[in-house]
Design a binder for this molecule. Sequence first.
Ligand code: IVH
Length: 630
Amino acid sequence: MTVHAAALQRIESLRSLIRYHNRRYYQLDDPEISDPEYDRLMQELSTLEQTHPGLVTPDSPTQRVGAAPLEKFIPFRHDTPMLSLANAFSEEDIREFDGRIKRLLGSTEEIRFVAEPKLDGVAVNLIYLRGVFTAGSTRGDGAVGEDITQNLKTIQALPLVIDPGSGIAAEVPDRMEIRGEVYIEREAFKGLNRRRLDSGEPPFANPRNAAAGSLRQLDSRITARRPLNIFCYAVGQVLGRRFQSQAEVLNTLAHWGFPVNPHIEKAENIETCIAYFRHMDDRRAALPYEIDGIVVKVDEMALQEELGAVSRSPRWAIACKFKAAQETTVIEDILVQVGRTGVLTPVAVMRPVQVGGVLVSRATLHNQDEIDKKDIRIGDTVMVQRAGDVIPEVVKVIESKRTGMEKIFILPGACPVCGSEVVRLAGEAAHRCIGLACPAQIREHIRHFASRGAMDIEGLGEKLVAQIVEAALIKDPADIFYLTHDRLIGLERMAEKSAANLTAAIERSKKPALEKLIYALGIRHVGERTARILAGEFRTLEKLTTATTEDLLTIRDIGPEVAASTTKFFHEPTNLKVIEKLRLAGVKPLKMADGPRTETAISSKSFVFTGTLTQMTRIQARELVESRGG
Ligand code: IVH
């Protein structure tokens, strides 16, 4: 085999391997390989393609990622404006739409329509030049959007090159605009939020926000990790081809390989559209993605052109919105859940009620502020709704149903899971448990503790942490140092060699730089930079643990938030226990660069600082004296 042929073979097998893992990751939310392993496959493919540029194809996985991050988005003018739709809120409104059209056309004949789900995502415009995807943008103000080409390329379902197929639809126009909606499926959205919570990022409120946020990433490598999907539903300007009907547009798009929603139907008249509206309202809960209504479009292009548009909406289409399903029920109790990052979330337990075809018995109340604002009490009769969103919400209290027996709810001061103190730091809506050994947070604590930048324990990744916690081998971060080879080997799929490597890595991590250990403790607001400042100031963990808020506030760059969260952390007895356990296990931070050892003028002399220091902090002054032998 020639070098070239060998490269081609490897390139092709890498591409199919990467496509397979993309599917596991994005569609099934069940990856088989770790992120670094995936990155290695991509890297190998990209290197091979660079050495053999002739073998690069427009649909290679490398073409979907790897663009350098942008500084900002460039404005993008659409060939034809992206219109919005007028709304219908009732069946009456839909019939009126039909009547208006007939009046405008001066006709009494039935109008044929196409009825489509109205996807709740983000509208995009895609430009294909001779069948190749060349640019894509957001809607913006309808005339000018933003160029998000790199981000759109990461959407696996979007064809980068149109497959001309065969038959009538074969010719691909020289230039055309295709319109579609980028969305995220419900399950994929849940997975995305789970991963965000795991890494300490705030979750997205709903799939639409997640899709919009993902498309507005300046770094397309981040977008590439988001489970974005797309349905195409219209064309804008098309050079070199004429479509007779909306149905033909959709058939052709599907034929060319674009994802087209499978629930779209042709309708003989407006009554069929109304039946479709009811049918989709019943089915929406069962769809894997969110829709907030249907769109009814006049099928025939000639009629569409005759009808034209008023202001910014076409006269030939209308969005028929579903009603947010609402019901009333009673709040029987309010539970408190502790999330993986320690946030306490109040959850209303309600008398079960059918809302829009789904049995609802719980709703998150978000936080104390939300409860106070809506004045929600245990025993209240409330209105709940599912507005197409995944999570039902309490809209309001029906005050006229109050009996006076309702109980005001306040989040507890102690964690319901571990009993540690619960604090609310300034500027945050969340109440958090600060327990280092809290079972609800243990996975997250250990993962952070072992991560690079913290204790850097090689091989102790997310999966293994989960396994070890599951097997109850660890209850707090200090337990890592009590893991023995024998215990590890008892874990499923743990080979002799990996166990040996892990125990060696754990042993090596026992002498961290002080700043790494401080960072590893996961004190709220203490990131790597702050940990470095604290280590520089206090020099030992013991001194830091006994520092007062006042001590901390004398340090430049340490604000009241860090000071408060740090002292609270070291006041929590369970945290001090973990720190003591670390010490007993032999975890000993490296000594910070020591001062001179020879005799100096101030050797063994004692110093007392009084009054206000202007040149340095009290701690710095102490350090200065100590470093010179005083
Ligand atoms: S057609 C001129 N079809 O709804 C008609 N729009 O308010 C252009 N949308 O911006 C839109 N599903 O983001 C059309 N099947 C569908 C749609 C749809 C969702 C969105 C789209 C548009 C908005 C109109």
